[in-house]
Write a protein that binds this ligand. Sequence first.
Ligand SMILES: [Zn+2]
Length: 158
Amino acid sequence: MPIVGCPGDVETYVILFPIYGAIVLYAVYRLRRRFLGAAVLAASLFGLALLAWVDYSLGVWFTGRPPGVLFRLMLVVEAALLFPLGGYLWTVRRERIEVPCRACGYELLGLESSNPTCPECGLPCAAKVMPTPETITAVNATPAPSWDTPPRVVPAAA
Ligand SMILES: [Zn+2]
């Protein structure tokens, strides 16, 4: 059973379903407990619905009748798996953050610089606490890096 507009049968594309699911779930897990993670999950479900709609619309457009139900059924199954799995992964507690960003709390440990610009919010010298040799050794088993940017004393917000 071909997918309208795609060469080959729907079976050719079966491998794309677990790949799509794995990418989405990995992204949701990495972005868990953040708005962006929920947005990725919602967008992935919207993408599946969009694919079903495109397949159906093109089928009606080109052949004058609805295309086979198999592809849309697989999309429904994919969504039925992704929604609860992604929802669960999104709620998994984040591990303890050793070197949080002062502004957004993003984990800074393991970045090139020991007091880096936050990759999440762009704050320079973002480390709230200095990484101690113990935390660094515990987390990535590398020696403490030298401070390439001296920590700044930031006045409290008035
Ligand atoms: Zn930040």
